[in-house]
Write a protein that binds this ligand. Structure first.
Ligand SMILES: Cc1ncc(COP(=O)(O)O)c(C=O)c1O
Length: 432
């Protein structure tokens, strides 16, 4: 790390790249596809199907709330939507997101970053881990789903969070005490807004301290911000993203790779996510894509692009504000139900974003939420995710993640009542 970008502000992340990512060769066909657009070029390159064989005449989708407003893909847009496209994603959609990131995070276009699209942000997160880690390497991470990291045999070092999000002081201690002989971690993976599962959001002051640690100990921050647009705080109180803060805090850019998801605000089934990061990272992720699944879906990208062109950035952000309002209301109803039924039986922080409460149950010593949910939970008609599912090192806990995104308001009350009963029964069974 350390080479400086063209305007003196972007560090070069390539020295942190893994060995395995160097193995990926350019996809023979995909790397030639952009050249097809050159004027006068006759391309005999791709095994693209002839669109005459596609059975669709047009794709038309009506938007909610306005009877006349339809998204219609016809002729050339339809061919693009049904045909193979570029591995990094649809160029116009990428540009739309790059403009959005400039507006939302205040970043400048000459700081050596770019966006690429994936089939959901999870795919891009997985690829970014391939870029920075080899199997078995140590990874710093916030409590969360870590299945594919475990499967790669990584050493998972959990950095705990509290109501202010990831704890920089603990992270610093971990890094200061890192055994000198061992390879330092190259990445910190964190979900800073309405984290899954803890529902916690990281304050701007904690993010600033973590950014300083990233510079001091030379690691990348993988900022998985799937719930960024479901923030319940008034805009003036919201913490800016790592991406937004990096330059101000460290005087340079290049250590943040950010992931946004359309799943929580537009559609999860469309499978669209966005990576924003240093250009060499985008290039490596794209190279993996061109070798593995060729590209994100052209059809869903074109639908999203048509929608976004209709909305513009302001319309998209207004839509996100409305979605956040819906979840804020649900959060309030769940919080009231929890107060009514769970006081003294569990503790929790009221989430400032996202769709999860993280309950710590007051259970008799030795009991844990996995055992409780899998036996008594089933009998009492309550399903939730036990904390162990999110623990990097699979330790048992008294915690559980409950989602308030879908249940009715009446069900929220009943769910809290049933959880309270599980806790009561656990204590009763101790006595007998
Ligand atoms: C923190 C977090 N990141 C990423 C994802 C996956 O998002 P996508 O649907 O864009 O792959 C989820 C989905 O629940 C999530 O909670």
């Amino acid at each position: 790390m350390g080479s400086i970008g063209p305007d003196g502000g972007a560090v070069d992340p390539t020295p942190l790249f893994s060995k395995r990512v160097q193995q990926w060769e350019p996809g023979a066909i995909r790397s030639l596809l952009p050249l097809e657009a050159l004027p006068g070029m006759i391309s005999l390159v791709a095994g693209k199907p002839n669109p005459e064989t596609f059975p669709f005449a047009k794709i038309s989708i009506s938007l909610k709330g306005s009877k006349e407003k339809q998204i219609v893909l016809e002729e050339s847009a339809l061919i693009d939507a049904l045909q193979y496209g570029l591995p990094a994603g649809n160029a116009e959609l990428i540009q739309w997101f790059e403009e959005l990131q400039k507006t939302v995070h205040g970043i400048r276009c000459n700081d050596g970053w770019a966006c690429c699209i994936g089939n959901g942000s999870q795919e891009l997160i997985h690829r970014a881990f391939q870029v920075f880690t080899d199997p078995g390497d140590p990874i710093l991470l916030e409590t969360g789903v870590a299945g594919f990291l475990r499967a790669d045999g990584h050493e998972l070092i959990e950095v705990p969070s509290d109501a202010d999000g990831l704890q920089p002081s603990v992270l610093e201690k971990i890094l200061l005490e890192w055994p000198g002989k061992c390879r330092y971690p190259t990445v910190l993976y964190t979900t800073p807004t309405g984290s899954n599962p803890t529902g916690r959001s990281c304050t701007e002051s904690c993010k600033a301290q973590i950014l300083r640690l990233a510079k001091r100990f030379n690691f990348m921050i993988l900022e998985d911000d799937a719930y960024y647009f479901l923030n319940f705080e008034v805009p003036s109180k919201r913490a800016r993203s790592y991406l937004a803060l990096e330059k101000e805090i460290n005087g340079e850019t290049g250590r943040v790779v950010r992931f946004d998801s359309l799943s929580k605000v537009v559609s999860s089934g469309m499978r669209l996510g966005v990576l924003t990061g240093p250009i060499p990272v985008v290039q490596k992720v794209t190279r993996i894509t061109e070798n593995i699944n060729l590209q994100p879906s052209s059809t869903t990208q074109l639908l999203a692009l048509s929608l976004f062109q209709h909305w513009g950035h302001s319309g998209f952000l207004k839509h996100c504000t409305r979605a956040a309002g819906l979840y804020r209301h649900r959060r309030d109803v769940f919080a009231a139900a929890a107060e009514r039924h769970l006081k003294g039986k569990a503790t929790w922080d009221v989430p400032r974003a996202g769709m999860f409460f993280w309950l710590t149950l007051r259970l008799p010593p030795g009991r844990d939420s996995f055992e409780l949910l899998s036996k008594q939970g089933m009998e009492n008609g309550i399903l939730a995710i036990p904390g162990v599912a999110f623990m990097p090192n699979v330790q048992k806990t008294c915690q559980l993640r409950v989602s308030y995104s879908l249940v009715t308001e009446a069900e929220m009350g009943e769910a809290c009542r049933r959880i309270a009963k599980l806790v009561d029964d656990a204590w009763t069974s101790e006595i007998h």
